[in-house]
Design a protein around this ligand. Structure first.
Ligand SMILES: NC(=O)CC[C@H](N)C(=O)O
Length: 459
């Protein structure tokens, strides 16, 4: 009997078989099979290279549900509807998306690919965000537009100390490099050679790394990825993190994408700004001139702003996300937008209007799941086009400053239900409630530095 899985498998078989033949001929011997998890990282199996049969790779559903890295081993498991004690944590089926198959130019015995996930009965997994993005891409096409996304990430690089890391003493790790200023060539030993190699490797898997800079803080760096379709941009964002981390490990280093690892009041936190533009017949139609958005550009912006409160959870998904707010941190706290204004949630860039006109959405931190943030923005912008929303009619107001505040706006919102499906909405809200509760439980069990510093030396 035909189902989503069988249909997709039949459609993809010829392309997958071609890759099997051509990559094997080019020396591929091993494959990394990547499954996107709920946090926006890949959970990966490595296997002998055999791409067609990897189309049937199965992965435990648990990966879709584990809220925090490492946490499931220490904390009670998040009892998701799809994966829990009662149903025995069942498998799901993974099917490689042929568009994501790559041979690694710097190590040609390796290939990698990203899978879409299906329930064991063959239905497309409603929690699979790649499928959700694809649905909205089709909506954009039906409206006559192409939307391009480009993500830029700030992140930290530290020297590995396995003993400290095992003990959870991440704050004692040494940042890579001595300086803390932006746009410095002299930050760290081997800085230029390291990022030249990263640019080369990313190019080898089809990812353009448009620019790298040092950022404001010890061990803090930034890279900007080139514009692509929404799904490709999300794939690239996650894949680039893996390629960076592999390169770091080869140098005794480790990268972190947590939103804030530097003390508040001193250095910057890590943002992941999403650049997005609208295209029609190969032309950028976001703006018409200097400080002039096009009508469709204004409507798209209206959608982004209108749905920002309900989408906020996707852009600040963790306890630590809310540490990004700080004096002078350029991390927006209200809905507003402005031309060339970095203090606002959305910065409209219309100089020059062609071809680089775009919106820079500055709310997301580097701890986002890019599949989720991209899905939410795309759905919001398209809603703006469909409803002809006016960005200047949307009242400016404060965004939530806690995880719980963002969950409350997300979990009952009708736009979110429409954009992500009721199943995903409930699942994600439950996972975030679980995260908030895990933090509270941790605080209850631990005596904080605050208490020691305030009360220990009281004699
Ligand atoms: N360069 C910048 O725009 C700084 C961005 C800021 N670090 C953020 O969290 O978004």
């Amino acid at each position: 009997m035909s189902n989503d899985y069988e249909t997709a498998r039949a459609e993809r078989a010829p392309a997958l078989d071609d890759f099997q033949a051509s990559l094997a001929k080019n020396g591929a011997q091993f494959i990394q099979v990547h499954l996107p998890d709920i946090n926006g990282n890949f959970r990966t199996k490595i296997a002998p290279f055999k791409i067609s049969s990897q189309g049937e790779a199965v992965n435990c559903n648990f990966f879709c549900t584990a809220p925090g890295e490492g946490a499931p081993l220490l904390e009670p498991l998040f009892p998701a509807e799809v994966s829990n004690e009662t149903n025995g944590f069942p498998n799901m089926r993974g099917l490689i998306d042929p568009a994501t198959v790559r041979q690694h130019e710097w190590a040609p015995e390796w290939a990698s690919a990203i899978v879409d996930s299906f329930e064991i009965g063959g239905r497309r997994n409603p929690l699979d965000l790649r499928g959700i993005i694809a649905r909205h891409e089709q909506r954009a096409t039906d409206l006559g537009y192409e939307v391009k996304f480009a993500l830029e990430y700030e992140f930290g690089i530290f020297e590995i100390d396995e003993e400290k890391m095992r003990a959870g003493r991440y704050r004692d790790l040494k940042p890579w490099g001595h300086g803390d200023i932006n746009y410095s060539l002299m930050r760290s030993k081997g800085f230029q050679a390291f990022f030249a190699e990263l640019i080369r490797r990313l190019k080898g898997v089809g990812i353009t790394l448009a620019a790298v800079t040092t950022e404001y803080g010890y061990g803090m760096y930034e890279y900007a990825l080139g514009p692509k379709s929404p799904l490709e941009a999300a794939d690239d964002a996650v894949r680039a993190k893996i390629v960076l981390q592999e390169l770091c490990l080869e140098h005794g280093l480790t990268a972190t994408f947590m939103a804030r690892f530097q003390p508040l009041g001193t250095h910057s936190a890590s943002g992941a700004h999403h650049h997005q533009s609208l295209w029609k017949d190969g032309r950028n139609v976001t703006a018409t001139g200097e400080n002039q958005l096009s009508a469709v550009g204004r409507h798209y912006l209206g959608g982004l702003l209108q749905h920002l409160p309900a989408s906020h959870l996707a852009f600040r998904p963790n306890i630590n996300s809310y540490r990004r707010f700080d004096r002078g941190a350029w991390s927006p706290t209200t809905i507003g937008w402005g031309h060339e204004d970095r203090t606002k949630s959305i910065r409209a860039i219309t100089i020059p209007s062609e071809p680089a006109a775009r919106f820079e959405h500055r709310v997301p931190g580097s701890d986002i799941n890019p599949y989720l943030s991209v899905a939410m923005m795309l759905a919001a912008g398209l809603d703006g086009i469909e409803k002809r929303l006016d960005p200047d009619a949307i009242a400016d107001r404060e965004l939530p400053d806690t995880l719980e505040g963002s969950i409350a706006l997300f979990e009952k919102d009708a736009f979110v239900t429409e954009a992500l499906g009721a199943g995903f909405q409930a699942h994600y809200a439950a996972s975030r409630h679980f995260e908030a509760a895990a933090f509270k439980a941790w605080l209850d069990r631990h005596i904080t530095d605050f208490e020691f510093q305030r009360y220990f030396a009281g004699l």
